[in-house]
Structures are given as structure tokens and as C-alpha cells.
Design a protein around this ligand. Structure first.
Ligand code: HPA
Length: 244
């Protein structure tokens, strides 16, 4: 059976219902991951868990050591990655609380360590990244969302921005013209690093606010936190469906 690793984002630094067996403080050639890798059981199945922003939540999106995170998960035995990401909604269907299983990414980040294929390498490698998310895992998440009956979108383009600030209205308008449906800060380079390590990768995105200019006023942390607290219950249920 595939060993899944769940990378929990904002609002998911802990998985309630997760039975902890082992906690490993792993070191990698790229430094330390965001937190200990937790090995245990969720929904009756062996699973690994990593809090992307650390535990407690303390590492901003642009300072996450994505390479160490992915390397450590692989080292701990992960065979597939399920990433949970809080995002802003750009498309009109993506209201707060909506769930999305994106099928494409546009990367707007800069200055992040984004590849394993550099430094002391034997030959230059260009991984194929036409389809950044694993289709089989996407379909499994979609089946879980259908079973739970939550409103969701089975596809979407995830635009990944640098952060930690939120976007301007003009930036979101440009991203919309580019074809982005949701906006977050942590989808990249996580997805491509998983690809470089040959780990199938999928994202379950929870919309926690309308993106800049898409709601009534400015975006507040209170609004984001309230949407997270409500939405994370759905995320947990969908993850459990994926694992059974
Ligand atoms: N923009 C970028 N990242 C986010 C947002 C947003 O509006 N909401 C949650 N993560």
C-alpha cells in the first residue's frame, strides 16, 4: 500500500485523529525540514505528516525549506504527497469555504531554492512538468469530495505568489487574465521538487478569502482564520476518504 505523506499548511499544523507512532527530527543535505516528520496512523492507515510552516506555525512561505521538506519525507519512506493549501479565490466559483483540486500551476515566486538538480551534478536534468499534479491522486481526492458532498471544483489553476504579503487588486486582475483560479504562496516549488524526487503529488486547496479586489473590502486575518477553522473540518474528512 502506498505510503502517503500529508503536508499540512496554515490551519493544519496538527491532524486530529492522527495516532502518533514515531517523531523523527531528520537532517538532509539541504538542511532541516520545517518540523519533525510524524509517522503514525490516520483513518487506520500508515501515514507521514509534516507541518509546512513548522509547529507552532512560524515559518513564512518564502522562508520554508521546501527542499529539506521533500527530501526528508522521501527519506522517511513517503511514496506520494498530499499537500493541503489555504488559498484566496479568484474565479467567481471560488468563494470562502470552497475546495479545489487544482490541475495546473503558474509560478510567480522568485528567489526560492527550487531544484535539486544544481551544484555538483553529473548532467543537466530538465524534468517534465506539463501536468504538475498526479492525475490518479487528483481523481481519488475528487471521489472523496463527491462522497462527502462538499461544494468543490475538480480543476483549477493555482497561481503561486511570493508573499508573505497578499496581492494588490491589479496583481489579482493580471493573474485572472493569466487564467489563475486560486492564489496561494506555498504551491511552488513544493510541487516541482516532488516531481524531481519522483513522488506523485496532489493538492487539496481550501479557499479562505476572496482574493484582493474580489470581496467587499480589504482582506483581514480574522476572516481568513474563521474560514480556516470551518473549512479544515472538511479537509480532514476528505483526507480520511483518500486514505481508506
Ligand atoms: N493570496 C495569497 N495567498 C493566500 C491568500 C491570498 O489571498 N489567501 C490564503 N493564502
Amino acid at each position: 500500500m502506498t505510503v502517503y505523506a500529508i503536508i499540512g499548511g496554515t490551519g493544519l499544523t496538527e491532524l486530529s485523529g492522527f495516532v502518533l507512532h514515531k517523531r523523527s527530527a531528520l537532517q538532509t543535505p539541504y538542511g532541516s525540514p520545517s518540523a519533525d516528520i510524524l509517522q503514525g496512523e490516520y483513518a487506520g492507515r500508515k501515514v507521514l505528516f509534516l507541518a509546512r510552516h513548522g509547529h507552532p506555525h512560524r515559518i513564512p512561505p518564502h522562508q520554508i525549506n521546501y527542499r529539506a521538506n521533500l527530501w526528508a519525507l522521501k527519506q522517511a519512506g513517503a511514496q506520494a504527497i498530499v499537500a493541503v493549501n489555504a488559498v484566496g479565490g479568484i474565479h467567481s466559483a471560488m468563494g470562502s469555504g470552497h475546495l479545489c483540486v487544482p490541475h495546473q500551476i503558474i509560478d510567480y515566486t522568485y528567489g526560492r531554492e527550487h531544484t535539486f538538480f544544481e551544484g555538483d551534478i553529473e548532467h543537466v536534468t530538465h524534468v517534465d512538468f506539463s501536468y504538475p499534479y498526479d492525475e490518479r491522486l487528483r481523481q481519488r481526492l475528487i471521489a472523496g469530495l463527491v462522497a462527502e458532498g462538499y461544494p468543490f471544483s475538480s480543476s483549477g489553476v493555482y497561481g503561486c505568489t511570493q508573499g508573505p504579503r497578499l496581492e494588490t487588486v491589479a496583481e489579482i486582475a493580471r493573474m485572472e487574465r493569466d487564467g489563475c483560479d486560486i492564489v496561494g504562496m506555498t504551491g511552488m516549488p513544493e510541487a516541482v521538487l516532488a516531481r524531481e524526487l519522483d513522488l506523485p503529488y496532489v493538492c487539496l486547496a481550501l479557499v479562505v478569502n476572496p482574493a484582493a479586489g474580489k470581496g467587499a473590502g480589504i482582506i483581514t486575518m480574522d476572516e481568513i482564520e474563521a474560514a480556516l477553522a470551518e473549512g479544515i473540518v472538511k479537509v480532514r474528512a476528505v483526507l480520511a476518504r483518500l486514505l481508506i
